[in-house]
Design a protein around this ligand. Structure first.
Ligand SMILES: [Zn+2]
Length: 86
């Protein structure tokens, strides 16, 4: 394994690391649900961006699943009623 030819001076290390700082993130509040949102990004809570529903959130999928299971339950009940008992 190769080894660096010479020790890096503290000043060159500091010069390199001067670009490692993190920048501050802009935070706004969602117009629909008032949740804290990163600006120029869709809301992670309700999935809206600029007043439109833009992104599917986990809450949406849960709602969809609940809807489909309810619809299935209603369907099976209807089928049970239709089929005559022997
Ligand atoms: Zn929202």
């Amino acid at each position: 394994m190769s080894v660096p030819a010479r020790k890096k001076s503290s000043s060159s290390v500091r010069r390199r690391r001067s670009h490692h700082s993190l920048s501050k993130v802009d935070i706004a509040s969602c117009a629909k649900c008032k949740e804290a949102v990163q600006s120029h990004r869709a809301c992670t809570n309700c999935g809206t961006y600029k007043g439109r529903h833009a992104v599917e959130t986990s809450k949406d999928t849960v709602k969809l699943i609940e809807k489909s299971t309810k619809a299935k339950a209603v369907k099976t009940e209807k089928e049970k009623k239709k089929t005559p008992k022997k």
